[in-house]
Design a binder for this molecule. Structure first.
Ligand code: ZN
Length: 444
C-alpha cells in the first residue's frame, strides 16, 4: 500500500457541444430542452465528465491533455436499443418478409455462433462496428448459444462499455441447432447473470426472441427470472409484421393481444425493451404506459422488411416511451443517422414531422432515461461517464455547401442528420478513452 495517490487523468475536449436537459416537444424546432454550447471545453477526469466551459476561458489547474476539435460537433454517444450482433452477416439480404427472412437468412447465420471461435470474432467485429458508427451503448441480441452472450460481455468489458445483452431464448419453431430447452436455458441464464450482471458496466437482459419461438413454459421461466433478479432487463420483439401477429394469435388464443402474451408471462416491466410495436392497439399502449416498458422503434428494418409504419406520436401520447434502434440485420445500417432519417420518413407518411431535436433526444438522453441509465450516460451533465463522440459537420462537398447556408441551429442539425453517416465520425470515447479514431491518434 502507498499513500501517494495518482493524479487524476484529465482530458479536455474542445468543440461544439450539444445535449439535452429534457424532452423536446413534437414539432418544436426551438426547444428549451436543447443545450447548445458552441466552442466549449468538455472536461473529463478519470473517465467522468466534471464540467463544461467556454473555450475562451483558461482551463482550471494543470495537467490537462487537450484535444482540440474546434469546428466539430461533440455529442453524447448514441444508444442503439435493439440490434443483433450475428446479423452483420445477413445485412442487406434480398426479397423476404419477417418469417421467411428468419428462416432463409438469419437462422443459418446464427447457427454458426455455436462455435466459440465464431462467437469470439463476431463479438469483436460487432463491438468495433458499433463504435465506428458512434454508438457507445447498445441493447443486443446475440444467439441462442450461451457462448455468444458470454463473449459479447467479455468484449464489452474489455472496452469498458455499457452494454445490455443476454442469451437468446428459443425452444420451439426454430432449427434443431438453434433450440434450447427450459431447464438448460434457465441454467445458462443464471450462470451468465451471476458472471456478468452488474460486473463493470454490464447488464443482463432476459432475451426472448419472440413469442412464437418460446413455449409457454419457457416464457414462464423467463418471467420468473425477471422477478428473481433485481435490475435485469427484458428484451424481445412484438407486433412487427401482420403475418407474425396472426401466428401469435393462433399460438396463444388465451391472450388478448400479442403484447398480452408477454404481460401474462410477467415480462412487462420498466426495464422491458420491445422492438417494433407497429401493430399495437390503445389497450397495449396503456400497458406500455403502466409498466414503463419502452418500444425500440426500428424504422430502417420496418421499411426494409415491409413490416409497417410505427405510430410514434400515438405511442407517446398514450404515455409510452419510444427509443431508436437500428435492428441490424433487418435494418440496413448501424448508423443512427440513417436510422433517424428512416424514422423521419415513416412519421412523414403519417402526417407527423420528427424534428432533429426529438430524434437526437431519443438516441441519447431519452434512451438513457428509458433504460434508467441517465445517471451514467446520455448527456454532458457533470458526473456522467464520458461516452462521447466527435463528428465532422460535413464529410463531402454537398454537405459542406449545405452547412454553409444554414440559417438556424435546427436546420443545421437536421441537415446534418440527413447527410451525415459514419464517415463523419472523428472519434468515439468510452469513459474518456478513445476506442475509435478515424485518423492517426494525435500525440500529446
Ligand atoms: Zn430485431
Amino acid at each position: 500500500m502507498t499513500s501517494t495517490q495518482a493524479p487524476p487523468f484529465r482530458l479536455a475536449l474542445r468543440g461544439d457541444l450539444l445535449d439535452f436537459t429534457g424532452m423536446p416537444d413534437w414539432g418544436a424546432v426551438t426547444s428549451p430542452a436543447v443545450r447548445w454550447r458552441p466552442d466549449h471545453w468538455l472536461l473529463v477526469e478519470n473517465g467522468r465528465i466534471t464540467g463544461v466551459q467556454p473555450a475562451s476561458q483558461p482551463l482550471p489547474g494543470e495537467g490537462w491533455q487537450q484535444q482540440d476539435h474546434r469546428g466539430r460537433l461533440i455529442l453524447p454517444g448514441f444508444i442503439d436499443t435493439h440490434v443483433h450482433s450475428p446479423q452483420l452477416d445477413v445485412i442487406g439480404s434480398y426479397g423476404t418478409e419477417l418469417l421467411d427472412w428468419l428462416n432463409t437468412y438469419t437462422f443459418p447465420a446464427e447457427s454458426r455462433y455455436a462455435q466459440a471461435a465464431e462467437s469470439e470474432s463476431g463479438a469483436a467485429r460487432f463491438v468495433q462496428a458499433l463504435l465506428s458508427h458512434g454508438t457507445t451503448t447498445a441493447v443486443v441480441f446475440p444467439t441462442v448459444h450461451k457462448i455468444s452472450a458470454d463473449l459479447l460481455f467479455a468484449e464489452s468489458a474489455r472496452r469498458g462499455m455499457r452494454l445490455v445483452t443476454g442469451k437468446v431464448l428459443m425452444d420451439r419453431h426454430a432449427p434443431d441447432n438453434l433450440r434450447d430447452d427450459v431447464v438448460q436455458a434457465e441454467r445458462d441464464c443464471i450462470e451468465l447473470i451471476e458472471r456478468w450482471h452488474g460486473h463493470q458496466r454490464l447488464s443482463y437482459a432476459v432475451t426472448v426472441r419472440f413469442a412464437p419461438t418460446s413455449t409457454p413454459a419457457q416464457l414462464a421461466m423467463a418471467g420468473a427470472l425477471c422477478a428473481a433478479y433485481p435490475g435485469l432487463y427484458m428484451q424481445t420483439h412484438v407486433a412487427e409484421n401482420r403475418e407474425e401477429v396472426a401466428w401469435v394469435q393462433q399460438l396463444f388464443p388465451e391472450a388478448r393481444s400479442y403484447l398480452d402474451v408477454y404481460a401474462r408471462a410477467g415480462l412487462m416491466n420498466e426495464r422491458s425493451v420491445l422492438a417494433h410495436g407497429i401493430w399495437l392497439d390503445a389497450e397495449d399502449r396503456a400497458v406500455l404506459r403502466d409498466t414503463g416498458a419502452q418500444i425500440a422503434h426500428s424504422p430502417s428494418s420496418n421499411l426494409f422488411l415491409g413490416s409497417g409504419l410505427f405510430d410514434w406520436r400515438a405511442t407517446e401520447d398514450a404515455g409510452g416511451r419510444v427509443t431508436l434502434a437500428s435492428d441490424v440485420g433487418g435494418g440496413t445500417s448501424l448508423s443512427m443517422m440513417r436510422t433517424v432519417l428512416d424514422a423521419y420518413k415513416i412519421q412523414a407518411m403519417q402526417g407527423q414531422r420528427l424534428t432533429g431535436w426529438k430524434a437526437l433526444h431519443a438516441a441519447t438522453l431519452g434512451a438513457a432515461q428509458a433504460l434508467h441509465l441517465d445517471h451514467e450516460i446520455g448527456s454532458f451533465e457533470p458526473g456522467r461517464l464520458a461516452d462521447v463522440c466527435v463528428w465532422d459537420w460535413a464529410a463531402d462537398p454537398v454537405a459542406e455547401r449545405r452547412m454553409s447556408v444554414v440559417q438556424s441551429l435546427h436546420e443545421q442539425l437536421f441537415a446534418w442528420f440527413t447527410l451525415a453517416d459514419d464517415r463523419n465520425l472523428v472519434a468515439a470515447y468510452i469513459q474518456g478513452v478513445p476506442q475509435y479514431w478515424r485518423a492517426a491518434m494525435p500525440s500529446g
